[in-house]
Design a protein. Structure first.
Length: 250
């Protein structure tokens, strides 16, 4: 980057939206866990008025995020099983059940199946089949049989969410309840609406717009090839800005 008439090295955050001039600034951001929202802005979000600019300043809510953070590799698109993938009913299944054609339960263990069971009343219900061919009506009964609690092994991934992003849940005071949140590739900002994610991607403000998030433990930075075409900013299209004031003084 040009500093006066001289080119100097700068150190850019994983989301490529902030940078530091020196080693001390990088170390301070890592120590204080402010990577992604401290340092100098490398690409400014678009603002049309001073009022809008003032409103774009977001403070951390002071709550460390400890809920499960899902990656695309842990989604239904990678780990999910569908009954429609089966060519025929497994031989160990009872003859009076049919394959459940949709996405099977995220908590269902390997070797187990999901089926449609028709009751005498004519009502059809979903049941679960053990590797031995025994039917179970509820998740709780499956847990009793196995002697353990079953956790979801994947999450359902929205078709519109880039694969380099993350997904989690968070209690939001403005709504008074837990909502799904969509986390930027470097894990420092989040949105709770599809439209907000798409707007940040379109404007090129991924990593510098949205609400501040601090994850414990922090996420591993995304690989460069994971960001391409998925809403992250690549080095080819980052527009350098003149150094602005920084909270860490670097």
């Amino acid at each position: 980057k040009l500093q006066g008439e001289k080119k100097v090295n700068i150190y850019v955050t994983p989301c490529e939206t902030r940078f530091f001039w020196c080693k001390a600034g990088v170390e301070k951001a890592l120590k204080e866990d402010t990577v992604g929202h401290s340092g100098y802005v490398l690409r400014q979000p678009e603002v049309s008025s001073p009022d809008k600019a003032a409103k774009s300043v977001v403070k951390w809510d002071g709550v460390w995020h400890t809920e499960k953070v899902w990656k695309w590799e842990e989604s239904d698109q990678v780990l999910g099983r569908k009954g429609s993938d089966l060519q025929e009913r497994p031989a160990h299944w009872p003859s009076h059940v049919a394959i459940f054609p949709g996405l099977w339960a995220a908590w269902l263990p390997d070797g187990w199946g999901q089926c449609n069971y028709s009751r005498l009343s004519g009502k059809e219900e979903v049941q679960y089949i053990s590797p031995e061919g025994k039917l179970f009506r509820y998740k709780g009964k499956v847990e009793e049989a196995l002697g353990t609690k079953l956790q979801d092994r994947f999450t359902v991934w929205p078709d519109w969410l880039p694969s380099s992003w993350h997904k989690s849940s968070k209690y939001l005071k403005s709504f008074g309840k837990v909502r799904t949140i969509y986390i930027t590739p470097c894990g420092t900002r989040y949105f709770d609406k599809k439209e907000a994610v798409e707007e940040a991607i379109a404007r090129g403000t991924v990593g510098i717009s949205g609400s501040i998030l601090k994850i414990d433990p922090p996420l591993e930075p995304p690989l460069e090839n994971d960001r391409q075409g998925h809403g992250g900013q690549s080095s080819q299209n980052v527009e350098s800005q003149a150094p602005a004031s920084s909270s860490n003084g670097t």
